[in-house]
Design a protein around this ligand. Structure first.
Ligand code: ADP
Length: 395
C-alpha cells in the first residue's frame, strides 16, 4: 500500500485532478483527469500517468452535476479505483492567499473563513477554488487538506514592486500588486539548478505563456517582480484577457459607452486579448495556422508586449543572465520563441535555431551572453510536493 496525494484545481465549470504516489522518495504521477461541463453536459475522464484511459463517464446534455456532484464522483473514484493506494491528503490550487498566506497552509474551517475574505480580490477564481475545500471539510473531515497559492511565490518581491501609486487608505485595504502563476514559477525555480546554475543563482526572467500569460523576474530564484498585479488581468495580453490597460479606458467605457462593471468584466476577461484583437480565436495554434490579417495583428501585439515587459523586468533586475519559456505557448510555439529571442538580442540572447526547433531545453548558442531555455512547467507536482511536506505524508 503506497501513500497517494490528490491535487485539485477547481474552475468555474470544471474540476481537474492529479494523483501522485510516493515512490522511492519521489512523487510519481499515477492518474490525472477532469470533470468538465459541470452545469451543461458533465463528463468525467481519468487517465493513468502514461495516458491510458482509466475511467470515463458522461451524464448527458442538460444535467447539472455541479461542483459537489463532481467532487463526490471524484472522491469515490480516488478511493475505489486506486485500492492499492492510500489517499493521505488533498492539495488545492487556490488563486489568492492575500496578505496572510505567503506559504501553503493546512486547511480547517478557520483558514477557509480567512480565504473567503479574498473572494472579492479574485471573484472569477477564488469561489470555485474554495467550493471543494468547504465540501470536503463537511463531508470528509478526516481527510487532510492543504491550500497552495498562486500569489505566494511573489511575496518575496520588494515593497516598491508591490505598490500602486494610490492613497494609503486604499493600499491598506489590500489593493496592491500580488502577481499570479506563482506555483509555475516556483516549480521552474526548483528545477532550474539542474539546467543552469548561473541562472538559478542570478537574474532570470521566466515567461509563463499559456491561455493565461505572465512573466516573472527572479533574483536567486526568488520573485522580485511580475507582470501581473492586483488581478490576473494585468500585464501581457492573453487568450481572452486584455492585460495592462490605461485606467482611463475603463472610465471611458463607463461614461461614454455606458458599460456597467459586469459588462466591462466580461470585456476585459473574456472578449479581449488574442481573441479580441484577432476576431478569430484565443488559441495560438489557430492563429499561427491562419492567414487572416487579424491573426497576424494579435500575434504581433503579443510578441511586442512580451518584448516591452522583458525590458521592464530586466530593468527591475538590473541585468539578465537567462530567460525561460514555459506553459502551452512557451513550451510549444517555436516561431513565437524565435521572435521573442530575436527581439531580445539587445539583452544578450543569441538564439540557437536548431535547439529551438528541437524544443531545447537550451535554445541559445553556447556563446550567448544570456542563456535561453524551454522548461515544461508542472504546477500540480509543486502542489503535491507542498502537500506532502506539510502533512509529512509518504516520505
Ligand atoms: P492554461 O493557461 O489554460 O493552462 P496552456 O498552458 O495549456 O493554458 O496553454 C494553452 C495555449 O498554448 C493555447 O493558446 C494553445 O494554442 C497554445 N499551444 C499549445 N500547443 C501549441 C503549439 N504546438 N503551438 C502553438 N501554441 C500551442
Amino acid at each position: 500500500m503506497t501513500d497517494a496525494i490528490a491535487v485539485l484545481n477547481a474552475g468555474s465549470s470544471s474540476l481537474k485532478f492529479s494523483l501522485f504516489v510516493a515512490r522511492d522518495g519521489a512523487l510519481e504521477l499515477a492518474a490525472r483527469g477532469q470533470a468538465e461541463g459541470l452545469y451543461t453536459a458533465p463528463r468525467f475522464v481519468a487517465k493513468d500517468g502514461a495516458g491510458k484511459l482509466l475511467a470515463e463517464k458522461s451524464w448527458g446534455e442538460g444535467t447539472k452535476l455541479g461542483h459537489d456532484g463532481a467532487l463526490d464522483h471524484l472522491v469515490a473514484f480516488l478511493r475505489s479505483d486506486l485500492a492499492s493506494h492510500r489517499l493521505v491528503g488533498i492539495g488545492h490550487r487556490v488563486v489568492h492567499g492575500g496578505l496572510e498566506y505567503a506559504h501553503p497552509v493546512k486547511l480547517d474551517a478557520k483558514v477557509l473563513a480567512t480565504l473567503e475574505k479574498y473572494v472579492p480580490l479574485a471573484p472569477l477564481h477564488q469561489p470555485h477554488n474554495l467550493a471543494p475545500i468547504r465540501a470536503l471539510i463537511e463531508r470528509s473531515p478526516e481527510l487532510p487538506q492543504v491550500a497552495c497559492f498562486d500569489t505566494a511565490f511573489h511575496s518575496s518581491a520588494p515593497a516598491v514592486a508591490q505598490a500602486f501609486a494610490l492613497p494609503k487608505a486604499i493600499t491598506d485595504r489590500g489593493v496592491r500588486r500580488y502577481g499570479f502563476h506563482g506555483l509555475s514559477y516556483e516549480y521552474i525555480a526548483s528545477v532550474l539548478p539542474r539546467h543552469d546554475e548561473r541562472a538559478a543563482k542570478g537574474k532570470t526572467i521566466v515567461l509563463h505563456l499559456g491561455n493565461g500569460s505572465s512573466m516573472c523576474a527572479m533574483a536567486g530564484s526568488r520573485s522580485v517582480a511580475s507582470t501581473m498585479g492586483f488581478t490576473a488581468a494585468d500585464g501581457l495580453p492573453m487568450g481572452t484577457r486584455c492585460g495592462s490597460l490605461d485606467p482611463g479606458v475603463i472610465l471611458y467605457l463607463m461614461d461614454e459607452l455606458e458599460m456597467d462593471a459586469r459588462t466591462i468584466e466580461k470585456l476585459i476577461y473574456q472578449q479581449s486579448g488574442l481573441l479580441g484583437v484577432s476576431g478569430i480565436s484565443s488559441d495560438m495554434r489557430t492563429l499561427e495556422a491562419s492567414s487572416e490579417p487579424g491573426a497576424k495583428a494579435a500575434i504581433d501585439l503579443f510578441v511586442y508586449r512580451i518584448g516591452r515587459e522583458l525590458g521592464s523586468l530586466a530593468a527591475a533586475l538590473g541585468g539578465l543572465d537567462a530567460i525561460v519559456f514555459t506553459a502551452g505557448i512557451g513550451e510549444n510555439s517555436r516561431s513565437l520563441r524565435e521572435r521573442v529571442c530575436r527581439d531580445s538580442a539587445w539583452l544578450g540572447v543569441d538564439v540557437d535555431a536548431a535547439g529551438n526547433e528541437g524544443r531545447g531545453p537550451r535554445i541559445s548558442t553556447a556563446t550567448s551572453r544570456t542563456s535561453a531555455w524551454v522548461i515544461p512547467t508542472n504546477e500540480e507536482l509543486m502542489i503535491a510536493r507542498h502537500t506532502r511536506a506539510l502533512l509529512g505524508a509518504g516520505s
